[in-house]
Design a binder for this molecule. Structure first.
Ligand code: HSE
Length: 402
């Protein structure tokens, strides 16, 4: 019987306990022995809860108990989660977590600490909720040279963009509805400004490079400037608008960014709707492989945490290798990335736009009723685009093309 402690009895933590209870037989079959939740750490008491007797308020009770082999950190945030995880690893306990903020900031350091102590540090649930993408990268795809990872990594923004597209509602209206339904936080900034997706692509990019991609070095744009008009154009162009996190290998190292993109409808990512996430990985031998599923939610995320617990119990006494080191990955600047851009300007800027962006622009129908001129640029660098855009007055909006 392997003893487990859960830190934080919130949505994900209580989900972990529920998965272990509900699927006890399957978990035992998979791990090769039964798992028992010996402690649940939380500031609160849970009178009447099935597991109220396991609730403790002092981390040292867990750290000092030699029987506890695995710790599931589902508290979120940097502190005290970081200190608790470090202490656990130093005391020879393996740790698994759903805490993307912490993994993005300190993942390589924690992986190395786990290695030094002969235990494991796993974080499947930190990216894509229940989607088993990190284990696949770290296992089935380990022999591949991964050229690119592109994903819809945030359920809240994908829900908002899908509703805007399908129901023709504006960003603010859909956000309000999403908050009422509990799909968006009361403070939605981390999701809508792309910060959550940024942490997730930082984790994926770190695993792809085998080094550390710092989330602070990733150019990040959110979806708050996307309008209903943008969707009307996108439909005419046979495109969807999605918030993508991407990491591409290039000659100099890696390029990574988070931004809304127009994607051709033929691309499977264009058809990922609602709160679902999807991650496309391109390997040099394998080609494209896409992972799709619930990127958030109690049971899906908890299921991924439990998968890590099982992996750890199956590899008792061993360190599970995770391809992530503290050395910084070489990132190429956004300025050099080359692509086309969709741009909308007021109608009276038509001639100026044509002059600035040259004869190769493609005009997009549909601006007449909005008294605007919309076009797609030729392939140009981000830097060139920014410089040209600055010469125009009152740009109504632009979106990158994938
Ligand atoms: N806020 C996140 C999302 C939760 O919407 O995807 C899962 O990380």
């Amino acid at each position: 019987m392997a003893k487990v402690a859960v830190l934080g009895y919130g949505t994900v933590g209580s989900g972990v306990v529920e998965v272990l209870d509900t699927n006890a037989q399957e978990v035992t079959n998979s791990a090769g022995e039964a798992l028992e939740v010996k402690y649940i750490l939380d500031l609160r008491d849970f009178p009447g809860d099935k597991h109220e007797a396991q609730v403790v308020h002092d981390i040292n009770v867990i750290l000092d108990d030699p029987e506890v082999e695995v710790i599931c950190e589902t508290m979120g945030g940097i502190e005290p989660a970081f200190s608790f995880e470090k202490s656990a690893l130093e005391r020879g306990k393996s740790v698994c977590t759903s805490n993307k903020e912490l993994v993005a900031a300190h993942g390589p350091e924690l992986v190395e600490l786990a290695k030094q102590n002969g235990v494991s540090y796993l974080f499947e649930a930190s990216v894509g909720g229940g989607i088993p993408v990190l284990r696949s990268l770290n296992d089935s795809l380990k022999h591949e040279k991964v050229d690119s990872i592109t994903g819809i990594l945030n359920g809240t923004t994908n829900y908002i963009l899908t509703k805007m597209d399908k129901e023709g509602l504006g960003f603010a209206t859909v956000l309000k509805k999403a908050q009422e339904k509990g799909y968006a936080e009361r403070n939605p900034e981390a999701d809508v400004e792309g910060y959550d997706a940024c942490r997730k692509i930082a984790i994926l990019a770190s695993l792809m490079s085998g080094k550390h991609v710092n989330y602070e070095d990733i150019y990040t744009e959110g979806i708050s400037k996307i309008s209903i008009e943008d969707f009307a154009y996108a439909r005419k162009m046979g495109m969807a608008i999605k918030l993508l996190g991407m990491c591409k290998r290039n000659q100099n190292g890696f390029f990574t960014m988070v931004s809304p993109f127009m994607i051709p409808l033929e691309n499977p990512l264009a058809n990922v709707n609602g709160v679902f996430n999807a991650i496309n990985i391109h390997g040099n031998m394998l080609g494209d492989v896409m992972f799709y599923g619930k990127g958030a939610g109690k049971n899906a995320t908890a299921s991924a945490v439990v998968a890590d617990v099982i992996d750890i119990v199956k590899h008792k006494g061993k360190h599970i290798d995770v391809n992530m080191k503290s050395e910084k990955a070489e990132l190429s600047p956004k300025d050099n990335a080359v692509r086309s851009f969709f741009v909308r300007v007021p109608k009276d800027q038509t001639d100026k736009a044509k002059e600035i962006f040259g004869s190769k622009i493609e005009m997009v129908d549909g601006g007449e009723e909005n008294h605007e001129f919309a076009f797609v640029t030729d392939m140009i660098s981000e830097k060139d685009f920014e410089e040209r855009l600055r010469k125009l007055d009152c740009v109504k909006g632009y979106i990158r093309l994938y």
